[in-house]
Design a protein around this ligand. Structure first.
Ligand SMILES: [Zn+2]
Length: 277
């Protein structure tokens, strides 16, 4: 049994404010996050996993400490990956976990709520419905026929995950959101115990959890933070301009649409300040 784990950071316990991911706080979070991942890996192997692939999926994607990672797993580290937070996923996997995940921008007062690239994106709609990273990435796993069976993050993220993926998935609430920059946190050891147990339960019932399949055509409509971002994305003819800050892409299938979405976000990031090559 092969398990794939995508790991963001904002949803880990220990993160209530952006301050917790800066300077010494960031170094500490790398350690805490690696411990959360290890707890999920331990649960996976106890449940019968034979292979676990971890994909570092926050910021520069160089957060997880390989020297501290459970030696039975392997890690994809670094960025510039076509499938971004889901690099390495394919049809050979049996189940997916999302650890350290966060709610989409504008979902109540969720901790550090944003959608993929907070500096560039106000909102992403998939076939008309507002989505966050959980639904977007679950759709990518679904395109390969793999179900997301465990999601961990704050209480609002966990509700968001169940809304898209069904009540049957396992969730671990690592903290309760008070504001975008405040939360009531559970201590790491408690979260790790919860994660290990949830991982075991999730894999025991994986066959009863349906992959999150979005049939083509798949359209992503992106509302950018600045007009320059929407403008410059239209350098490629596949991108449609729908408003000063609104663009849309529609590929031949889910994976193709997703790649176009990620391409737009990379352009948008550069367009924020103008070309500085
Ligand atoms: Zn992140």
């Amino acid at each position: 049994m092969k398990v794939y784990i995508s790991v963001d950071m904002e949803g880990g316990t220990g993160v209530a404010s952006a301050k917790h991911m800066e300077d010494a706080g960031y170094t500490r979070m790398c350690k805490l996050l690696t411990q959360e991942v290890n707890a999920a890996i331990a649960g996976a192997f106890e449940a019968g996993a034979t292979e676990v692939l971890v994909n570092d999926a926050h910021g520069s994607m160089t957060n997880i400490l390989i020297e501290d990672l459970d030696e039975r797993a392997e890690l994809i580290s670094g960025s510039n990956k076509w499938l971004c937070q889901m690099e390495g996923i394919d049809e050979t996997f049996d189940a997916v976990f999302f650890i350290g995940y966060h709610a989409h921008e504008g979902n109540e007062d969720a901790v550090l709520n944003h959608t993929i690239m907070g500096t560039a994106v106000t909102e992403i709609r998939r076939n008309g419905i507002v989505v966050g990273e959980t639904a977007i990435n679950a759709g990518l796993a679904g395109a390969y026929g793999v179900p997301v069976v465990l999601v961990a993050g704050d209480d609002i993220l966990c509700a968001e995950a169940k809304r898209f993926l069904g009540d049957n998935i396992e969730t671990v609430i690592t903290k309760r959101a008070i504001d975008r920059y405040a939360a009531r946190l559970l201590p790491p050891k408690r979260v790790q115990t919860l994660l290990k147990e949830a991982a075991k339960r999730a894999l025991a019932k994986k066959d009863s959890i349906k992959p999150h399949v979005v049939e083509p055509p798949v359209e992503f409509q992106i509302t950018t933070k600045l007009t320059s971002m929407a403008h410059m994305c239209c350098v490629f003819p596949v991108v449609e301009r729908r408003g000063p800050k609104v663009i849309a892409v529609k590929g031949k299938d889910y994976v193709d649409s997703y790649k176009q979405l990620i391409g737009c976000l990379m352009i948008a990031k550069v367009a924020a300040t103008g070309w500085i090559g």
